[in-house]
Design a protein around this ligand. Structure first.
Ligand SMILES: Cc1cc2nc3c(=O)[nH]c(=O)nc-3n(C[C@H](O)[C@H](O)[C@H](O)COP(=O)(O)OP(=O)(O)OC[C@H]3O[C@@H](n4cnc5c(N)ncnc54)[C@H](O)[C@@H]3O)c2cc1C
Length: 575
């Protein structure tokens, strides 16, 4: 029996209309409801099939399992692929905020399939911002439509986190370049969902500088495109194998070879030597989306664990040992786990959607919003994907032994989630980005603006949990001040504290949004707007977070300040 998925529309709407104050809820509702249908009815029923069957690689060709092409076609036929893309490029011109909400649903329903659309959106963004008119005219319409897919090609055997170690080569030849080299771990590097695939590839020109400064970015189509837009001959690029993985079995992870027969034809995107800056447009977009993948799996795991906890009967209630055995949702420890999942989901959703709103504002030349996006991106990616690992594991725990058995589907979410903390820049890299670039670069200015916003809320609210949030903000300020003293003078000590700092920032923001939502829910309850159980549940989520999570920030701040010592004291030989 496929595990159902029901989009959490009530909470999505609450975040959009109440927390973020979106005026046009009519459009938002229409989009959310339609997306919920395709996620629940088309993507979700294939999730387990994709996990069990995986992709096939035979005679150099990759085949998706039955049903996946139709599901992808339904997705693109509905215009979902181009939802946030400007109308001038053939998209629907809707906000990223809605695109992110839609993405949450698709990723929750079938993360392995939805990853294709995630990459397409990043590729579209990259090409719209950095492509010249010729490239845009030739490639964007089909990419936006979803008839062609996009990929990102950074990783090579010796170049993972260290992108500057990329060795793939590019040589200029007339109006194009010849690309040679090998890329590994390329998601959707080949598949049969679309008639063509556009690879965005980092490579190095002859005599280019060492490191990331010497990288340029190229668009390399799987099949060459004639000037009239028709498909021509196959390019000199192919997938040579696929990886066998812990999770996301249906997303083909490919080893790609470029230039077995003299060099793949590629077209420069942006400037020579400007590759990493251009690729970062796609990467930043994808980092937020990968955070949303984390949110999506947490939600999916929560729904399953909740439904199971309401039906599994085991043990008598602790407060009445003579009563008949009860469903496990009556046991306080199971409730604690479920509530932890619920509260973290709601915090994660609020953070991800707030960041998406800032993306839309940044596109309107709002420089404060652009700084906010920069600051939030590593937190969205790092915090939400760490949580996805923890919460999908909690989901398995709620199932007991049945969670460990594949047929319930709980284990799949945990396996699918594991990669989220690794790809698109590991969470260690996100933590470094937060500390050294986002905090250190402007000496804490953008971070200070964020802290100020939370402090203003604490000062104004009458929320009963305001003290817990005030303490959590104090811990964040304290540890940020310590980091700022050390980022330059003792970078290794600061780097050893980066991950606990990222966690602390996530906790603080999660608490901030949950408390704000609890306040709004209280108002709605008093005014009789909305379902009472839903609104009371929002208030309890904030209470839970204030009691169980926010107090951790004081300890995390201590770890930030004193945790690096032992880490650096261990020599290699002592391990
Ligand atoms: C399923 C899957 C799909 C992927 N899809 C794509 C894709 O589509 N395109 C693409 O280009 N790549 C893709 N990747 C590659 C992925 O982005 C890399 O695996 C990831 O960036 C980490 O690189 P690495 O595996 O070489 O690990 P390494 O860089 O070797 O890292 C190993 C460990 O060392 C840590 N580390 C390394 N350097 C530092 C540092 N400076 N500071 C602190 N810690 C550090 C890391 O955090 C990690 O814990 C994919 C990988 C997988 C497994």
């Amino acid at each position: 029996m496929p595990v159902p998925y029901t989009a959490p529309l009530a909470d999505m709407r609450f975040v959009l209309s109440r927390l973020l104050g979106i005026a046009d809820m009519e459009t938002a509702d229409a989009v959310l409801e339609e997306a919920a249908k395709i996620a629940g009815e088309v993507f979700a029923p294939l999730n387990e099939i994709g996990d069990r069957q995986g992709v096939k690689f035979e005679n150099g060709k990759i085949t998706m399992p039955p049903g996946f092409r139709d599901a992808y076609q339904a997705f693109v036929a509905g215009g979902w692929n181009g939802l946030p893309v400007a109308e001038e490029h053939g998209g629907q011109g809707l906000p990223w905020l809605l695109a992110i909400a839609v993405q949450e649903m698709m990723q929750a329903a079938n993360i392995g399939l939805a990853l294709c659309g995630l990459l397409n959106q990043g590729a579209i963004e990259l090409l719209s911002v950095h492509g010249d008119d010729r490239l845009k005219q030739k490639f964007l319409p089909k990419l936006v439509e979803g008839a062609w897919a996009g990929t990102m090609n950074l990783t090579e055997p010796q170049a993972g986190s260290d992108v500057g170690a990329v060795k793939s080569k590019a040589v200029k030849e007339g109006d194009h370049y010849r690309i040679t080299g090998q890329k590994i771990f390329i998601s959707y590097g080949d598949h049969d969902l679309t008639e063509n695939i556009l690879h965005l590839v980092l490579a190095r020109l002859p005599a280019a500088a060492e490191g990331t400064r010497g990288l340029s970015l190229f668009l390399v189509p799987k099949i060459l495109v004639n000037d009239d837009g028709s498909l021509g001959k196959a390019n000199d690029v192919r997938a040579v194998s696929i990886e066998h993985k812990l999770g996301q079995h249906v997303s083909p992870t490919c080893v790609m070879t470029y230039g077995d027969n003299g060099g793949a034809e590629g077209y420069l995107v942006g400037q020579e030597g400007g590759g990493i800056a251009a690729m970062f447009t796609m990467m930043n977009n994808a980092r937020i989306s990968v955070g949303v993948q984390g949110l999506a799996l947490m939600e999916r795991a929560y729904q399953q664990a909740r439904d199971f906890a309401k039906t599994r009967v085991q043990s008598r209630p602790i407060e009445n040992p003579k009563a008949a055995p009860v469903t496990i949702i009556h046991h306080p420890d199971v409730r604690r786990m479920l509530l932890s999942m619920k509260a973290h989901n709601e915090a994660a959703r609020a953070l991800a959607y707030t960041c998406a709103l800032a993306v839309d504002e940044a596109k309107q030349e709002n420089s404060a919003a652009a700084l906010r996006v920069d600051l939030l991106t590593p937190i969205v990616k790092g915090w939400l994907t760490d949580l996805a690992n923890e919460m999908t594991s909690t989901g398995v725990q709620i199932f007991g032994g049945m969670g460990y058995i594949e047929e319930t589907g709980a284990a799949q979410h945990m396996r699918d989630a594991r990669i989220l903390a690794i790809y698109e820049g590991t969470n260690g890299i996100q933590a470094n980005d937060l500390v050294f670039r986002k905090l250190g670069r402007d000496n804490g200015a953008a971070f200070g603006v964020l802290i100020g916003e939370v402090e203003n809320f604490v000062a104004a609210t009458k929320q009963k949990n305001r003290e817990a949030l005030a303490d959590a903000v104090g811990a964040a300020k304290d540890s940020a001040a310590w980091l700022l003293q050390n980022v330059k003078s003792n970078p290794a000590l600061a780097a050893a504290a980066a991950a606990p700092f990222l966690r602390l920032c996530g906790n603080m923001l999660g608490g901030y949004y949950l408390l704000r939502m609890a306040e709004l829910a209280q108002d709605d309850l008093a005014a009789g707007n909305g379902g009472a159980d839903f609104l009371k549940g929002k208030i309890i989520s904030a209470d839970f977070f204030a009691a169980h999570v926010l107090p951790q920030n004081a300890a995390l701040a201590e770890t930030v300040k004193s945790g690096g010592g032992p880490v650096l004291a261990m020599s290699e030989a002592m391990f």
